[in-house]
Design a protein around this ligand. Sequence first.
Ligand code: FAD
Length: 436
Amino acid sequence: MASKRHVIVGAGTAGINAIRTLRQMGNQDPVVLVSGERPYSRMVLPYVLEGGISEGHTATLSPNQLERWGVEMRFGLRAAGLDTKAKTLKLDNGEDIPYDSLLIATGSSAARLPIPGADGAGIHSFWTLKDARGLKTHITPNSHVVMVGAGFISFTILNGILQHAGKVTIVEVESRILPRMVDNAGAEMTAQWLTARGVTLRTGARLKEIAQSGDKRRLTFADGGTLDADVVVMATGIRPNLGWLEGSGVKVDKGIVVDDHMQSNVAGVYAAGDVAQGRNLISGASEVHAIEPTAMEHGRVAGANMAGEKVSYPGSLLMNVVGVAGLEIASFGAWDDASGEAIVDVRKQQSSYRCYRFQGGRMMGAILVAPEGEAWRGNDLGMLKGLVQSGADLSAWKNFLKANPLEIKQVYLAARTVSGLLPRTVLGRPSSAPIA
Ligand SMILES: Cc1cc2nc3c(=O)[nH]c(=O)nc-3n(C[C@H](O)[C@H](O)[C@H](O)COP(=O)(O)OP(=O)(O)OC[C@H]3O[C@@H](n4cnc5c(N)ncnc54)[C@H](O)[C@@H]3O)c2cc1C
């Protein structure tokens, strides 16, 4: 077969996993990797802020490895346009790169609130290595850090901020923290834990403006209230990097709409990771899941299909797990689907909350908020994920779980969850060690 030229845009988790899979499958076609940044993991940036790892440890692949795989590297350049008829990718330096198959894996960017002062000095986002570097140098033990947005990203960096700053306030426009990750009861348990550890929470607070006030940043809210900060972190959501696709004919909804082979509406154009809108494993709906495991799986499935294999993706499991000041907060699958039956366990004294959501005998989603010791004792977090992911029939165990909500291990083992999950590799074949 004549060789094809694969062009990958984006060197994050999705792009790198696609290239690894292409080579793992023995495909030796030419690969060009175009990326604004070099390959590194965003997920470990909170540990750079905490000081637990150096910047060097964020790298996911070295140029040597990419060279060994025969990948032509075009770092520091950005895709600026796409001509799907001529099959060329336009770069921001004016160059056109022809392709036979193209993977769009450009991830997402931090989105700031559209308010006056949001781009001023001392206002930080936390999405890139550069952002992590910038924030770290600005926080001192005397700093009052105000975090705007009480979502997942805010919580991933909270340990690092608590470690370096004198005072931390989190402001959130919704009436509770973590509105897209846990339910009311889970949010309340988390709020109590944080408040007891000196974090100030201000919910229902609509930020209107940020202005310089002496050497401070003054935040003004819609109700007229104000708050002075030394450092402001805007963690107010993300948006997929898709602007450059305008006029290309590639179908975009919330992300690039892909089929189960990660192919877009244009033959030969694939998408993976934060930019892709693909199947939700639990509901079957078409959704963007901007999380690391989805980017990895999308990338692998896209790479396999670009290599000429017909691999179908069963869908991604929505999950968020974050640890803050010794409290683990996690949700899996359809945790917010209130249409089915719920098994709820609240133990305020222990700061522990669980909610298991069922449709018939199947656990469709789960929330767990608990101190580290409880959450990881016996790996309850991993087992809950397995129960939701496997779709095991737990009809015979529901009454047991109602009476013993902490006895996850017994249910996990009885449902033979491991043997249900083991044969299900993303590529539908026995797993092998990743190639280096
Ligand atoms: C602080 C932080 C903590 C996180 N923690 C977790 C976690 O604990 N668990 C979890 O599941 N997820 C976490 N995430 C989310 C996770 O990192 C992302 O879902 C994942 O990185 C998505 O991978 P991706 O390959 O789609 O995109 P990215 O990793 O964002 O990679 C996109 C690549 O495309 C490049 N690019 C963008 N636009 C262009 C362009 N026009 N031309 C060329 N190149 C371009 C970028 O430079 C980058 O190299 C975290 C994210 C952050 C920021």
